[in-house]
Design a protein around this ligand. Structure first.
Ligand code: PLP
Length: 386
């Protein structure tokens, strides 16, 4: 039997493979410290779980409209209207099983053979995978360590042209923890408008800031008409397994993307959607507590990494990842990932899991306890001095 040739274009997210390797070692009895996967280690807050249980008891166990339950879309729109200080109609919200399908559907709806798409590199690996799968040409927008892991706007200007159909931005960024300065967001918005490109603004880490507050490319003139905001509940409310994400779409994409939802997943689980209303409308204290704890872990991790010979680590401003430069250790990124796992039991990810410009770096998630982070730093230090 033959696979369709398009399957050779589809990449993957190696974080899941790295997790499987680490879990296999744990099953053999090794003491593994998990700093690889990108999800909060906290439990979903109790009031959200209670709301899902009551939704199950009251019959939210059936199909619901593809774009989402109206009440849920309204709750998301009200929250987004407050955050963006703008009236966002609930009809422009589409709820999906996690934030990831928003990438898939946006790219499928917009990109044709030969269209160019700028995407952050290092960046979330599914962007490049989906661009290729849709027949587009991925154009890597390199994030430079010297610019705080941000793109060089002169370089970007040289990459944008009449074939550019979409520009993807992700701030705060996975894997670098960087935040795009407002002036750069404004310049990118101008470049997109100049060539008539759409923008996919992945804002899934919007609640994870350690200095400053969230800025969105949608703030610049004319951007709501051409921007798709990708967001969701996975990270902010420790709900990765619930699969609730959403997009805020310009009018022209609402019907086509809803059709893609109907054709693929039909709808998002009804009880997960109902619980999301409770997440969004209740006190945000659990989010604040989680971010405060992540800040302490970040400080601990970055200080510790910078005290290890061969490693230098800039301070991440957002998300929950550190992206240290490991070139001074003499290992390539993949060697580092492999050796560190087998020799010290620490699971982390090679920077190249996030694109070719990730060479020389690794991603370390600080979604683990301070105790585990201290132990990981001790093991790393011991291993690298020997
Ligand atoms: N966007 C970025 C940058 C991410 O890091 C992730 C998850 O790791 C997602 C989107 C997708 O999140 P979800 O679990 O809601 O599909």
């Amino acid at each position: 039997m033959h696979l369709a040739s398009r399957m050779s274009l589809l990449g993957t997210e190696t974080a899941f493979e790295a997790l499987a390797r680490a879990k296999a070692l744990e099953a053999e009895g090794r003491d593994i410290i998990f700093l690889g996967i990108g999800e909060p280690d906290f439990d979903t807050p109790e009031h959200i779980v209670a709301s899902a249980k009551s939704a199950l008891d009251t019959g939210y166990t059936h199909y619901v409209p593809s774009a989402g339950i109206t009440e849920v879309r309204k709750a998301i729109a009200a929250d987004a209207s407050r955050r963006y200080a703008r009236d966002i109609p609930w009809e422009n919200i589409i709820v999906t099983p996690g934030g990831k399908p928003i990438m898939f559907f946006t790219i499928l709806a917009l990109i044709e053979e030969g269209d160019e798409v700028l995407y952050p590199n290092p960046g979330f690996p599914i962007y490049e995978s989906m661009i290729r799968f849709a027949g587009g040409t991925p154009v890597p927008m390199q994030l430079h360590e010297r610019l705080g892991y941000n793109p060089d706007l002169e370089e970007v200007q040289g990459q944008v042209n009449s074939r550019t159909k979409l520009i993807i931005v992700n701030s705060p960024n996975n894997p670098c923890g960087s935040v795009i300065p407002e002036i750069d967001l404004q310049k990118i918005s101008m470049l997109a408008k100049d060539v008539g490109a759409a923008v996919l603004s992945d804002e899934i880490y919007k609640d994870f800031y350690y200095d400053g507050t969230h800025s969105s490319i949608t703030e610049y003139p004319g951007m709501w008409d051409r921007t798709i905001v990708l967001d969701g509940l996975s990270k902010s409310y420790a709900m990765t397994g619930w699969r609730v994400g959403f997009g805020i779409f310009p009018d022209f994409l609402v019907e086509p993307v809803t059709r893609l939802v109907t054709n693929s997943v039909s709808c998002t689980a009804a009880f997960s959607q109902i619980a999301s209303v409770s997440a969004i409308e209740s006190s945000q204290q659990s989010v604040r507590q989680m971010v405060a704890e992540f800040k302490e872990r970040r400080d601990l991790l970055v200080e510790g990494l910078n005290s290890i010979t061969g490693i230098t680590c800039p301070m991440p401003k957002g998300a929950f990842y550190a992206f240290p430069n490991i070139t001074g250790t003499g290992y390539t990124s993949e060697e580092f990932e492999r050796n560190i796992l087998t020799e010290t039991g620490i699971s982390l990810l090679s920077g190249t899991s996030f694109g070719e410009y990730g060479e020389g770096y690794v991603r370390i998630s600080f979604a683990n306890s301070q105790e585990k982070i201290r132990e990981a730093l001790k093991r790393l230090k011991e291993f690298l001095v020997n």
